[in-house]
Design a protein around this ligand. Structure first.
Ligand code: AMP
Length: 423
């Protein structure tokens, strides 16, 4: 199967080739022909399967081949998060580079005016529901000529309580539109949603997504909590860890770890919900451009974001849920590229590790790095040395210097020695 077999027009085929895609992914091979026949489609596929191109390529093809039936926007893609919206926009920009198609990305957390301006000329709008409703209420959204509606990550949109917003938007859309709905799972709720928004939809389901548990190389390091940071720094001495996504449990831990890495000479930034949209986007852009070696994130912040070229995922904190592990390691090795996932496991997490291995139906190899000093002592506090406990919530990252004033003979050391400066 090739993209040319899918009868996509030449300008799109050229753009796909320039983007570097060789062949369609399964969801693309199956959904594109149906969408090009202007049928409603339920696509069951997760991020990482190539689903964005599965709906954006046929949309571009359709818009390129028919005349606008009325003024206003021609396609609307609704997606739950700002990151997803900008990602989809960037993808469409790539795929439409040989066409004259105007895009508008609409999401909250930034000024309205540029978006209002963009909406005036847009053919395709990619939006989060909240801001879109605001702009619609102000009269800036003309959907009389809407040909295609896409609900991306519909299951997450339901979880996030966007159903009333979807209903409100749909009221203003022409009934003869084509509606595409993408979701990671097909639940009863999703079926209800399709009955409400779609007409005789065709179900396109790609079996298992490329299961990251099968494609990503994985290993665990069993270490004491206070060794996590020194070990991370030690691993980062290898240039092979080129673009590294590090997962932690808590937002504040993400900021702190990013700061400590930077202070230790490793360009790093945090991405989590407490940072402004601009800060998050800037960090993500720098990471994608290779200016930032490490991005530290929480599960929520990193879910769904698509970063090609992540060479390593490091689970600095063990994931709370087995599903989170799959999501986390799925950030590397995307769309066939290989990747590595490294997980730190403390003695308190051995049971969770066993359960995880049952869940993914495979054992994760244990690794021991002979060049790392596992004897770095735990931090000294109150004058008495003691082992750092996992329930020490105030300083969960185990990143203090091994001994006040000690050089320890290794470069693997946090910059916030002994004090609270790292916070
Ligand atoms: P998605 O599931 O849409 O988030 O896409 C995951 C990643 O796969 C993105 O980085 C896409 O650029 C990439 N991708 C999409 N389609 C293809 C393809 N046919 N060949 C190679 N990579 C692809």
């Amino acid at each position: 199967m090739t993209f040319a077999n899918l009868k996509l027009p030449q300008p799109i085929l050229d753009a796909i080739e320039e983007t570097g895609y060789r062949e369609p992914t399964p969801i693309q091979a199956r959904a594109i022909p149906v969408i090009m026949r202007r049928k409603d489609v339920i696509g069951i596929a997760q991020t990482g399967t190539g689903k964005t191109a599965a709906f954006t390529l046929p949309i571009l093809s359709t818009l390129g081949s028919i005349k606008p039936k009325a003024p206003g926007i021609r396609a609307l893609i609704i997606s739950p998060t700002r990151e997803l919206v900008t990602q989809i926009r960037d993808n469409i920009q790539d795929y439409s580079r040989h066409m004259s198609i105007q895009l508008a990305a609409v999401y909250g957390g930034v000024g309205e005016q540029p978006q209002i301006e963009a909406l005036r000329h847009a053919d395709i709008v990619i939006a989060t529901p909240g801001r879109l409703i605001d702009l619609m209420d102000q009269g800036h959204l003309d959907m009389r000529g809407l040909e295609i509606l896409v609900m991306d990550e519909a299951d997450r949109m339901l979880d996030m309580g966007f159903l009333p917003a979807m209903r409100k938007l749909a009221k203003k859309m022409p009934n003869d539109r084509q509606t595409l709905l993408f979701s990671a799972t097909l639940s009863g709720q999703i079926e209800k949603l399709t009955r409400e928004f779609q007409k005789k939809p065709t179900l396109v389901e790609v079996g298992d997504r490329t299961d990251p548990a099968k494609t990503v190389r994985q290993c665990v390091y069993q270490i004491a909590p206070h060794l996590k940071f020194p070990l991370l720094l030690h691993l980062l001495e290898s240039p092979e860890l080129f673009t590294v996504l590090v997962f932690v449990k808590m937002k504040h831990a993400a900021s702190r770890l990013a700061k400590q890495l930077s202070q230790s000479g490793v360009p790093a930034e945090a991405i989590h919900g407490d940072r402004t949209q601009n800060q998050r986007q800037r960090a993500l852009d720098k990471f994608k451009e290779g200016k930032l070696r490490v991005l530290v994130g929480t599960d929520v912040a990193a879910r769904g974001i698509d970063i090609t070229g992540v060479t390593h995922v490091v689970n600095f904190d063990f994931p709370l849920q087995n599903e989170d592990y799959i999501h986390r390691i799925g950030r590397t090795g995307r769309a066939k590229a290989e990747g590595d996932a490294i997980t730190f496991v403390t003695e308190y997490e051995h049971r969770a590790l066993n359960e995880l291995e049952k869940f993914i139906k495979r054992d994760i190899p244990r690794k021991h790095d002979r060049t790392f000093d596992y004897d770095i002592p735990a931090p000294v506090r109150d004058g008495a040395p003691r082992l750092k406990r996992n329930n020490d919530k105030a300083k969960p990252q185990g990143n203090r210097s091994p001994k006040r004033g000690s050089s320890g003979g290794k470069s693997s050391r946090g910059g916030s020695r002994g004090g609270r400066r790292g916070r």
